[in-house]
Design a protein around this ligand. Structure first.
Ligand code: AR6
Length: 335
């Protein structure tokens, strides 16, 4: 999860560095700047006094003092004046300079507020896009966990990109848990794509008659020899001519987790990890479900996350960051 969009007070975040949307004096102000100075205590201002200010689009670093974060990176966003005064370039520069400072100070995690999107008046949807796109660009070349902190969710149009009729789809496809239990106990285990293991599980749950499940388990003793989750992921990477970094970066999972999966053919991923890899590999629905099954999971119509994934795959949306925005907009956990 190298890029995470979260909703939280940035001053409470435990990470190596948090970024401050400061002004060029670096001597404090309102908004997130005020909150950071209050939480860090007076020593932060003392250190800031020695920095000699900061230009728009540039960044400087101090310690975090009473904050959970070790460092504060102070950057000065542009005041929005219609969009033709180089505001976008300056805003991009704020993110880049801050990320460079984080990197040169050995930070493995950094959190940004949406620079310039408050008092400085940068239109919120564009401020959000610049933040996401610039951080993703940086992550193509670097390893870091970046949080984009969206304090006031409204007005940013988050989750609208490519998901225009998502609400309608949810209305048509989301079913309550009770309905789902009823449907699956009646029909799901009859489907040929459900494995014998599932049927045995169904028998235990009372949804498949015992004799059917047991008979099949005697007739088909070789089901354990199926290709494993890891093997299918590695095969698909090869078939698609992808590199490992391409795969895990597109899945928004970190290198260490991917190495674990690669080195253990019996690895049991979480459902989110399994889905992230299925999306990264751009699997069509039947193969996506097959991969999930290998990890012991299935898509459910009573799970909002699953319904959104269903929507994404049907609409060939495999961009995990666009999907994350849709999940975030519904207050769901992101990849
Ligand atoms: N955690 C995370 N985000 C926050 C928090 C918080 N605790 N508080 C506010 N935000 P702004 P700017 C969000 O106005 O537009 C200051 O006075 C907020 O919702 O703080 O770059 C400086 O000294 C908004 O989305 O910064 C400068 O003079 C985002 O942080 C000037 O404001 C940025 O809003 C800088 O203006």
């Amino acid at each position: 999860m190298p890029l995470k969009i979260i909703r939280q007070d940035i001053t409470k975040l435990e990470c190596d560095a948090i970024v401050n949307a400061a002004n060029s004096s670096l001597l404090g102000g309102g908004g997130v700047d005020g909150a950071i100075h209050r939480a860090a205590g007076p020593k932060l201002l003392e250190e800031c006094r020695g920095l000699g200010g900061c230009q728009t689009g540039d960044a400087k670093i101090t310690y975090g003092y009473n904050l959970p974060a070790k460092y504060v990176i102070h950057t000065v966003g542009p005041v929005y004046a219609g969009g033709n005064r180089g505001e976008r370039e300056l805003l991009i520069s704020c993110y880049k300079k801050s990320l460079d400072l984080a990197l040169s100070h050995g930070c493995e995690s950094v959190a940004f507020p949406l620079i310039s999107s408050g008092v400085y008046g940068y239109p919120k949807p564009e401020a959000f896009r610049v933040a996401v796109d610039t951080c993703l660009e940086f992550l193509k070349e670097n390893e870091m966990l970046i949080y984009i902190v969206v304090f006031d969710k409204h007005g940013y149009n988050i989750g609208k990109k490519n998901f225009a009729d998502l609400d309608e789809f949810i209305d048509q496809n989301y079913v309550s848990e009770q309905e789902e239990i009823f449907k699956s106990s009646k029909n799901a285990f009859d489907l040929p794509r459900f494995s014998k293991a599932k049927k045995i599980a169904g028998m235990v749950a009372g949804a498949v008659p015992c004799d059917e499940a047991i008979c099949e388990s005697i007739e088909m003793p070789d089901f354990e020899l199926d290709e494993s989750f890891t093997e299918m992921v590695l095969r698909k990477i090869d078939e698609k001519g992808m590199t490992d970094p391409e795969c895990y970066k597109r899945a928004n999972i970190d290198r260490k987790l991917f190495s674990k999966i690669r080195s253990d053919i019996h690895y049991r991923p979480s459902k989110m990890t399994a889905m992230a890899l299925g999306l990264s590999l751009e699997l069509p629905m039947n193969e996506f479900e097959e991969l999930l099954q290998k990890a012991g999971f299935a898509l459910s119509k009573s799970d909002m996350t699953d319904v959104i994934i269903d929507y994404a795959i049907r609409h060939k949306i495999y961009d995990i960051f666009a999907i994350n925005e849709a999940l975030f907009s519904k207050d769901l956990a992101t990849f």
